[in-house]
Design a protein around this ligand. Structure first.
Ligand SMILES: [Zn+2]
Ligand SMILES: [Zn+2]
Length: 408
């Protein structure tokens, strides 16, 4: 059974790498959600329950009812800071059968993939940051503003580690960022629900080992340290309903991951480009590439050793530049040290997890996906007065134009 899963996953990865899966659909209209489980359905589709683990070949967003005990993990970004159309920076979405949704990292560029899934943004209010590299948190502003425009009317919460100094921690990152986009926040407050502007930071000690950082509604999330660049990278586990997902932050292979990821149903961990491929990709010399690949990150053979020790039901490798050559180099390395179930993540890879099955597929999304409809609760959420430009600026209105009358 395990080797069958492995072969299927390998085939998926290799197919994707060889042909470049082109994903489009022709959805033109959308219907308003009637029911929580039927949010934002493309016209003409009815969400279906999955029977006997028989999933459609592609995942069409919002077309499947997530089982009450099921977890869905979607890779929104799997690449590097230098993004490509094939791979933006790191982000994972985890959705649970109880309706909860969690984001692990929100790297640059990942929001386009999140919006293409047309999620209920009122529930996308929790981000768990592994560390403060921009390929992991660079789209936080985009999520804050985009989600606020698209259905979130309560504060957004970001959970993240301290650094070695207060100014290098998550709290300082968020406060500095908020100052940076003060103008944006000021223009939208009043027009959008007031509480949606707020950011609540939950900063925790990066040194804590397997300590709870979040516990609600039957979901427990813990963190432990990772080894990467400077102090202040962490990994997370999410446990719910007897299922465990591990999200590995950028790291050199570390003892904590081996210890605390053990027992994971799905364990994700970086599988960085091996030195030669990295050198070729950036035009670096082999010494620099070897340092970055094997001292700051986890190269494929090391990833394989980690997974051979952790033995998850499915190992996910990510954080590389997607190309047929690179994927082959990573797969070669991993398979020297690990022969268990494996998926090398691509953007919009979807993993459904139940106690019995793990299904790996690609999402099929609409290039022109409309934002999801907002709820009545969003429409009615309190808003303060809308702001206007000064008299100096409004006096500059061109007199030759008169806008149409406002609707009653
Ligand atoms: Zn990093
Ligand atoms: Zn990174």
């Amino acid at each position: 059974m395990l080797s069958r899963i492995r072969n299927i996953v390998d085939a998926l990865v290799i197919l994707g790498a060889t042909f470049g899966i082109i994903i489009t659909s022709t959805v033109a209209h959308e219907v308003r959600a009637q029911d929580k489980s039927m949010d934002n359905m493309p016209l003409g589709r009815t969400p279906v329950a999955i029977v006997d683990g028989k999933y459609p070949a592609s995942y069409f967003p919002n077309s499947e009812l997530l089982g009450a005990g099921e977890m869905r993990i979607t890779a929104l970004g799997t690449g590097m800071p230098n993004q490509t159309r094939a791979a933006v920076s790191i982000s994972y979405l985890v959705e649970l059968g109880n309706g909860d949704k969690f984001l692990f990292d929100v790297g640059s560029g990942s929001m386009a993939n999140l919006f293409s899934l047309r999620p209920d943004f009122s529930k996308l209010d929790k981000v768990f940051a592994s560390h403060l590299h921009i390929d992991h948190v660079g789209d936080f502003m985009g999520l804050h503003i985009g989600g606020w425009l698209s259905g979130r009317y309560d504060p957004i919460h970001i959970y993240g580690p301290t650094g070695s100094k207060p100014e290098l921690g998550t709290k300082a990152f968020v406060e500095g960022m908020q100052k940076g986009y003060a103008w944006d926040l000021a223009t939208r407050s009043g027009a959008l629900p007031d509480k949606g502007a707020q950011i609540v930071v939950h900063e925790f000690d990066y040194k804590q080992e397997n300590v709870v950082v979040y516990q609600e509604n039957g979901v427990t999330i813990r963190s432990w340290p990772a080894i990467h660049s400077l102090d202040g990278s962490v990994s997370y586990s999410l446990e719910w309903n007897g299922l465990k997902y591990v999200f590995g932050g950028d790291t050199y292979p570390n003892k904590w991951y081996i210890k605390y990821a053990t027992g994971a149903d799905v364990a994700s961990h970086e599988a960085f480009l091996p030195p030669k491929a990295l050198a070729a990709y950036f035009g670096w010399d082999l010494k620099q590439a070897t340092y970055v690949s094997t001292r700051v990150h986890t190269e494929p053979q090391a990833f394989g050793k980690v997974m051979a020790a952790v033995k998850p039901r499915l190992a996910i490798g990510y954080h590389s530049v997607q190309s047929p050559e690179n994927n082959a180099a990573i797969m070669d390395g991993v398979r020297k040290t690990y022969d268990g179930p494996l998926a090398l993540a691509r953007d919009l890879m979807v993993v459904n997890v139940t106690k019995d099955t793990i299904k790996v597929r690609m999402a099929t999304v609409d290039e022109y996906a409309l934002p999801p409809n907002v709820t009545q609760a969003y429409v009615k959420a309190p808003r303060s007065d809308q702001k206007e430009p000064s008299k100096f600026v409004t006096d500059g209105k061109w007199k030759e134009y008169t806008p149409p009358p406002m609707p009653k």
